[in-house]
Design a protein around this ligand. Sequence first.
Ligand SMILES: [Zn+2]
Length: 134
Amino acid sequence: MMAKYSKNISEQMALAAQKAYPNECCGILVGKKSEQSEIEITEIREAPNQFQGQKAAHFKIDPLYLYHVEQEIEPRGLEIVGVYHSHPDCPAILSKEDYEYMVPGLEYVIMSVQNGEVVDVKSYKKAMPDRRSA
Ligand SMILES: [Zn+2]
């Protein structure tokens, strides 16, 4: 079950990806999770790419930034539901590194950016450890 989000949200993500090109953009997906763990993304927060080194192929979000976003959205009944980032001149496929850092239950949106334009968007989720699926 993929997350639901409006056209406005996808436009905001695409804009962030285009702006960061040829580097990777990254940010936080904010929204709500139902009891069936269905995710609805209602807002995004652009995060600075804190990776030390090749930002064209890596991203890192400062944990303190996550904390601040959490503090800000919690009073409104919202939570962090995922992370988005871009793959400049690469397909929207999870890298080994992406997969390793995934938190189960969160939504991961990857955008493929070719020549500064978003050409593909894919979502991924890592299964909860107790009910593993390939
Ligand atoms: Zn990636």
